[in-house]
Write a protein that binds this ligand. Structure first.
Ligand SMILES: [Zn+2]
Length: 94
């Protein structure tokens, strides 16, 4: 399945909006639950063109999106299965 990925900057904004959503939920639990995360959902759906309604699913999109850190420069690989580092060109040993 082709899941729209967020880049690092977008991922940071998304995690901020996610945290705000949890704050909202603490203050006043809206029904349905996803309404607490309206800002995150709107942000993500705008970026991706998806109609995602589950804030947890979005969380997975950006938490799972990076691979481990590069052995050479310490920047994360673009994906879990990436074979080389986009920053320094290091060939990853799988
Ligand atoms: Zn690297």
């Amino acid at each position: 399945m082709d899941v729209p990925m967020l880049n690092k900057e977008e991922g940071e904004i998304a995690s901020k909006l996610l945290a705000e959503g949890f704050q909202e939920a603490k203050k006043q639990m809206k029904v349905p639950f996803s309404e607490n995360f309206r800002k995150l959902l709107d942000y993500y759906n705008n970026l991706s063109g998806f109609e995602e309604t589950n804030p947890n699913a979005i969380m997975h999109h950006f938490i799972d999106m990076y691979g481990p850190d590069c052995e050479n420069c310490g920047k994360p690989y673009r994906t879990k299965t990436a074979t080389f580092c986009p920053k320094c060109g290091n060939q990853r040993k799988l």
